[in-house]
Design a protein around this ligand. Structure first.
Ligand code: CAA
Length: 259
């Protein structure tokens, strides 16, 4: 354990940097301090030589039931503008290593937004996703309307955003939000197993694949293809490219070093 936090727990296990949201009595409602802690832990793991893959999960009966409503009740527009709290969320989008979410129970509002910033999502069979902000007279503020719409398309996203209803995990999988549905008691085990598969790959390839795939959301196809090509060329400056191809020719497993 490298750092102490108030609202999250962190651990490094087999090259996986794990973050656990830890306010179970309020279903891991995300207050501002928790966001700061999550981003700090992500950035710490992103720079750590001991970590290859990041994982985020929640303690208790939910991943997270949204931003902390009690903290927001008395906010006003100008103080929110000055506070500029969502700049912390933007920093999550700059993390270079893969992030895998392992979610269960309620994944609502800001909790859903946090899950949507993961690169891959494993979900327990009891997971419910939703954006109930509309029922509070507000709307998602940490990227929900943007990221959900990019993943599942405007028509389907607006149904969930307009109604605030919860979608079950099967629907989330069919919509492309969830990679795998796992029995709740196996959620962490199965997610860690998968994280280890990614951790066994050459880290520079993983890094530049994530970097290029993210551009598909912002760039035209032509611009994205040009960007991908530069990353492809860049990997030929790595020792792992030499090792990977040599190992193939010598019919032996590669020994990747991350250089
Ligand atoms: N903020 C603050 N506290 C919350 C919370 C939240 N988002 N979600 C749950 N809690 C608290 C409850 O107040 C309750 O606390 P007490 O025991 O002190 O009363 C505790 O967590 C347990 O919750 P419930 O008793 O309500 O549990 P339940 O099983 O009956 O219901 C639930 C679960 C349906 C998720 C319900 O808690 C709920 O509707 N929560 C709010 C969901 C929501 O509206 N989220 C959106 C927040 S706004 C947002 O996220 C904005 C953004 O984009 C940044």
């Amino acid at each position: 354990m490298d750092k102490q936090y108030q609202y999250i727990e962190t651990e490094v296990k087999d090259s996986i940097g794990i973050i656990r949201l830890n306010r179970p009595k309020v279903l891991n409602a995300i207050n501002r301090q928790m966001v700061t802690e999550i981003v700090t832990a992500y950035e710490y793991f992103d720079k750590s030589d001991k970590v290859k893959v990041l994982m985020i999960t929640g303690n208790g009966r939910a991943f997270a039931a949204g931003a902390d409503i009690d903290e927001m009740t008395n906010d006003d527009a100008i103080s929110l503008e000055i506070l500029n709290q969502f700049v912390e969320w933007d920093r999550i989008l700059t993390i270079k290593k893969p992030i895998i979410g392992a979610v269960h129970g309620y994944v609502l509002g800001g909790g859903f937004e946090l899950a949507l910033t993961c690169d891959l999502l494993f979900a327990a069979d009891n997971t419910k996703f939703g954006f109930p902000e509309v029922n509070l007279g507000v709307m998602p503020g940490a990227g929900g309307t943007q990221i959900l719409t990019r993943i599942i398309g405007k028509t389907r996203a607006l149904e969930w955003l307009f109604t605030g209803e919860m979608m079950d995990v099967q629907e989330a999988k069919q919509s492309g939000i969830v990679n795998r549905i796992v029995p709740e008691q196996l959620l962490l085990e199965e997610t860690e197993k998968f994280a280890k598969v990614i951790a066994s790959k050459p880290p520079l390839s993983i890094r530049l694949i994530k970097d290029a795939a993210k551009k598909a959301l912002d760039y035209s196809l032509y611009e994205g293809m040009q960007y991908e090509r530069k990353n492809f060329y860049l990997l030929f400056a790595s020792e792992d490219q030499k090792e990977g191809m040599k190992a193939f020719q010598e019919k032996r497993p590669p020994n990747f070093t991350g250089k």
